[in-house]
Write a protein that binds this ligand. Sequence first.
Ligand SMILES: [Zn+2]
Length: 510
Amino acid sequence: MKISVTMTRAENVARFGAGPVSFDLEEYLCGVVPAEIGEGSHMEALKAQAVAARTFAAKRAAAGAVIDDTTRFQAFRASLMDTCPRSRRAIKETAGQALTYGGALVDCFYSASNGGTCKRSGEVWSRDYPYYVHKADPWDEAARMENPKKASHGVGMSQVGCMWAARNGVPYHEILAFYYDGAALVHRYGTGSVVAFEAETEGGFSMNLHKRILTENACYKAGRTITPKGIMVHSTGANNPSLKRYVGPDDGLLGKNQYNNHWNQDRPGGRQVCVHAFIGKLADGTVATYQTLPWNHRGWHCGSGPKGSGNDTHISFEICEDNLADASYFGKVYNEAVELCAYLCKEYGLTEKNIICHSEGHAQGIASNHGDVMHWFPKHGKNMDTFRAAVKERISGTSGGNGGGSTSGILYRVRKNWADKASQKGAFKVLDNAKRCADENAGYSVFDEGGKAVYTGKAAYATYTVKKGDSLWAIAAAKLGNGSRYPEIKKLNGLTSDVIHAGQVLKIPN
Ligand SMILES: [Zn+2]
């Protein structure tokens, strides 16, 4: 793709003349990315910037527009084209990738900072686009706490927010998914297949959900699954509200546990214990939820009673206790727990009636004799009945907590079939994006929130790119379930020998 650029900066005119100069788009970006976000930025930030700048330019190039080298369009500096290897690498590694919404290129704006709030484009300019949603931007907020910065127009990606997120482990496609709501990241300037899609937003529930599966814990290694019939609420029984006490190792948000006594070890403190999630404080004091086991894994959280064990039936989570007197902390973790339960109820077809705490489990004869959480909730005027009522209200509530915007809540999921959650390829806010994903994956359909198939993909076969060390037998074993089926792959691809090479794209039969 080519882009025409008029030169106004002295260094650019000196090298290229006033123009308009026709550039290969990827080469043009080598003068834009470092000028816009800085060669020293984190690699994921450079990649996010590369995709945003490429999308902005591709939309204009496709329309035959001539742009200039100033921030009226995008800053372009000839002197940086040959002196910024990291930017060049980010551009190369995302070559051709652009953002689309419903199949059309996004009109891709970004600015230095949004002041902590993403704006609708209609608030700033005359035109509204569905992918610019008014919402809080915790990354921009966090970045400006470290380093104050004046806000600019605030539509689209905040560069300081992007840089903060990248430093804190967020990959570039998730940064883009946050700032361009409902957009899909695709190959070949928006015409090719889907590269990445929106992260599952958990159906619009407003908990601060992270994942750190405790893979070293003997409970995880036991590998047993359950069909969740309910949820059991626990609290830790120790004055330590920090998630890092239980969840580790540090992911940059949890903070470092200097004693290394978190639960990501065979038997934490010599005990056979593990729950599905913890709610507590991150290193910066923010309250968050960490999922620590797959939700349908059999946990070790409540022992047993005369009628069996809730371990066989209940999803479990621990709320990290503090000194039990802080009303502000209690309010935050209580709300977080309500959101988590509402989400899990929706996900597993449960209702608020299926939620109990540990002490209620004991009374029902399916748990050991512990008092949690009823030694704590009443100190703040709450109990399990108020909790269940809050979850009920949240489930029946109209829209997601902080989702906002016209697209909140509704997700189109791409799976082989509705029951097969593990097959999920992505969750899309925009139906056209979901259809495109289904078209690229043989045997996949698009399902609405209720699990109804609304579209069946057109792909006749899947594709697989051969990696170093692959053999036809191994590919057949992995993709078709049996190595001896490799002749089917040969036949479909018209192969006359068994020799394959890395990088070769093979069609895989259904
Ligand atoms: Zn308990």
